[in-house]
Design a protein around this ligand. Structure first.
Ligand code: GKR
Ligand code: MG
Length: 434
């Protein structure tokens, strides 16, 4: 089987006005749907970041991918990993995502490109062998993958229309959004995207969630580095019982050194709350230092920017050898990404935390997979009994996504500009803010 064509579909999907320390989500998130056509008649698919950057990265490997055997992934991985390593080595500050919205870090681009091709190749291999992707990459350790209720503070839509969740800018509104999400999807772990309101209000929000749902729903909060070391210690102290019970404190402050200090100060008080990261730790090279400083106990994987599904498995092995835990990060995405995340997570033995997903924030109108939205049962996505990723493209829906993409003026995620447009004309991402 040889690849005969690479087809890229840039699409835009509606996104609600979600807030984070990066700013505000724009009305549309950008994604790219990738198709690999082959001489055997099979087509492999994947979904990745959208806009000009990811598209040009994929265009750059077009000549390399066409004519390639999808079973032969190691050479492409070697070449793109080498490019990434050279760029990282020559960039002061390395790959930290602290100051860049996820998906926009130029230093991750080769790994993102490889991941998009790898996942489509694995879909092809699964289709060619009649096996689900998780079984192609070594076999599943679970038949269904658990996801968390990923809560955001958000504005009511600025166009005056209603959306499912309305405004979420207080503890009560946040609890209500969580009740809605749990009723609809059955999630059993809860993550709050913090770093938006005063830390005191975010502490009250976590307490209100614990009071409402009880300790059988582990909690995590992720302010994306919005807090100083002192504020992180304060929040960790105030939320000791809420976060140390199967949950974690995710990227409270910037840098591994900062997180290491938070960890040692909390431990000195007898507070063993683990810390998770997808900002300070974004590549294999970051893991030894994170371990050495005891800055991070749980690494958030993500097949989209860690360099594909098999790299997520390598990360699973590495973290397990180092005695660290593994979780999974997400960004706004549709069903093809959800299935790649699900297959990768199913084949990672130590991925015991419910994975993040933005899926509840997206709408059925924008879904590009045949049959519509991927179903969740008790907060889990089941591995379909089908070859490959187990989903196919609905080409009419892809065409609608492309039309939306053509109509909008922007080609990259810029949460700071959106924030200035709609909320505060002088807003800047200041770290730490508190
Ligand atoms: O969607 O605003 C967002 C999130 O902040 C996202 O971009 C982050 O990558 O969910 C992510 C995280 O865990 O940091
Ligand atoms: Mg995070």
């Amino acid at each position: 089987m040889l690849i005969t064509d690479l087809i890229l579909h840039p699409i835009a999907i509606s996104d609600p006005p979600l807030r984070s320390s990066y700013g505000l989500h724009a009305p549309f998130a950008l994604r790219t749907i990738v198709e690999l056509k082959t001489d055997s008649g099979l087509t492999g698919i994947s979904e990745t970041y959208g806009g000009d950057g990811p598209l040009s990265g994929l265009e750059q490997v077009r000549h390399r991918v066409i004519g390639m055997d999808p079973f032969q992934l190691a050479g492409l991985s070697r070449d793109l990993t080498a490019l990434a390593s050279d760029e990282i080595a020559s960039t002061p500050g390395g790959r930290s995502q602290t100051y860049l919205v996820p998906g926009e870090n130029p230093l991750d681009r080769h790994m993102r490109t490889f991941a998009a091709i790898e996942i489509a190749c694995l879909d092809l291999i699964g289709k060619a062998t009649g096996k689900p992707v998780c079984d192609v990459i070594g076999g599943r350790v679970r038949n269904e993958v658990s996801f968390s209720a990923y809560l955001f503070y958000k504005h009511a839509p600025f166009d005056g229309k209603d959306d499912e969740y309305g405004e979420i800018l207080s503890p009560d509104q946040c609890v209500r959004s969580c009740e809605q999400m749990i009723a609809k999807y059955g999630f059993r772990e809860i993550k709050l995207k913090g770093g938006v309101l005063d830390p005191h209000v975010e502490i009250l929000t976590l307490r209100a969630l614990r009071d409402t749902f009880g300790p059988s729903y582990p909690l995590r909060i992720d302010p994306n580095c919005a807090w100083s070391v002192d504020t992180s210690v304060h929040v960790g102290r105030e939320l000791k019982s809420e976060l140390s019970d199967g949950g974690y404190l995710e990227d409270p402050c910037a840098t591994l050194e900062g997180m290491g200090e938070v960890r040692s100060r909390l431990l000195a008080e007898g507070n063993d709350t683990p810390q998770g990261s997808n900002v300070a730790v974004t590549s294999f090279a970051d893991v030894p230092r994170a371990r050495e400083l005891d800055a991070v106990q749980i690494v958030l994987s993500d097949p989209h920017y860690w360099g594909g599904m098999r790299n997520v498995q390598y990360l699973s092995h590495l973290t397990s050898v180092l005695g660290m835990g593994l979780s999974m990060h997400s960004n706004s995405h549709l069903g093809v990404s959800l299935m790649a995340m699900t297959h990768a997570a199913a084949a990672c033995p130590n991925l015991t935390y419910a994975c993040d997903t933005h899926y509840p924030w997206q709408t059925a109108d924008d879904e590009v997979v045949v049959g519509g939205r991927v179903p969740f049962v008790n907060g889990c996505v089941r591995i379909p009994d089908k070859p490959g990723l187990g989903v196919e493209l609905d080409y009419d829906q892809v065409a609608r996504g492309r039309e939306r993409y053509e109509k909008i003026p922007y080609r990259k995620r810029d949460d700071e500009t959106e924030m200035r447009k709609h909320v505060d004309p002088n807003w800047k991402r200041v770290l730490p803010r508190w």
